[in-house]
Design a binder for this molecule. Structure first.
Ligand SMILES: [Zn+2]
Length: 282
């Protein structure tokens, strides 16, 4: 699964290459991978590429409908323009081999001859046409993602105070907070010096404040480094993200804490690998 910084990296790259492209035709090779009437798209021009949590949003000059894409486990997007190729998502040989491949589910053909391939080996991912107004209404009801202004100190405090679960599980609960997965939850708690298995409602106001700042910092660092290719996600230009070279605690068990020289440990919280420094996280 891609985490938010990986999806944001792909979004930025797509936004660079797709804006202004006019759709000539759409080939849906696997019906279930595409929701809606693909014929409608003919003649539409890409206006911008957006994101909400891990959903990629493609806006067109058509004001009523837009397209949303979820890569899920094995989805990938490959943009081909002559010899130029940019790609992101699940890394497979399809990035560099001839397309379409047996994993190609949808092809967007643009008027200038360039193409966007949606490949998905395990077919959990999808592309979908949605009514823009309904979509935006739905999205307003969902939890804020960590890059949004609505994800405020008040909001985080309220979410944590209401739960007796381990703080790490609450941070990763997508119904409460969008876009924070295992890698970044581990690193944010380390940065805030909070033990991942602490009860969420036991955090002091100061700890919550530090946690908020830490979440923003690790997500911004993730975006800066193009995400982590350790999570099997690389950005669309094919340059693997390098956040894995900058993990603070994630997958660093047995190594020394850079803050206090304690030895980083691993435990399970809610079944997921959890990494922490027993000396400086309280
Ligand atoms: Zn430490």
């Amino acid at each position: 699964m891609p985490e938010l910084p990986e999806v944001e990296t792909i979004r930025r790259q797509l936004n660079e290459v797709l804006v202004g492209k006019k759709i000539k035709s759409v080939e849906v090779l696997r019906e279930k991978s595409f929701g809606g009437d693909s014929n409608k798209l003919v003649g539409w021009e890409v206006e911008r590429v957006g994101r909400k949590s891990k959903l990629i949003e493609i806006y067109f000059n058509n004001k009523e409908e837009m397209m949303i894409v979820h890569l899920k486990m094995t989805g990938q997007l490959v943009f081909v323009d002559g010899k130029k190729r940019v790609f992101g998502g699940h890394p497979t040989a399809d990035w560099v081999s001839d397309l379409p491949s047996k994993h190609t589910r949808v092809i967007l053909n643009f008027a200038d001859g360039s193409k966007l391939f949606f490949n998905d080996m395990r077919v959990f991912g999808w592309m979908r046409m949605v009514n823009k107004e309904n979509y935006e209404k739905e999205m307003r009801k969902t939890s804020p993602d960590v890059t949004e202004r609505e994800f405020s100190l008040e909001y985080l405090t309220e979410v944590l105070k209401k739960s007796k679960k381990a703080v790490k599980l609450v941070l990763m609960d997508q119904e409460k907070i969008g876009g924070l997965g295992n890698i970044y939850a581990n690193d944010a708690l380390y940065l805030a010096k909070v033990m991942p298995n602490r009860k969420a409602d036991s955090l002091s106001p100061l700890e919550i404040k530090k946690l908020l700042v830490s979440i923003r910092e690790v997500i911004n660092r993730g975006i800066k480094y193009g995400g982590a290719s350790a999570a099997n996600y690389v950005d669309i230009k094919g340059m693997g993200g390098t956040y894995q070279d900058h993990f603070l605690v994630y997958k660093r068990d047995g190594q020394l804490c850079s803050r206090c020289k304690g030895v980083i440990q691993k435990m399970k919280v809610g079944g997921r690998g959890t990494f922490y420094c027993p000396k400086c996280q309280k």
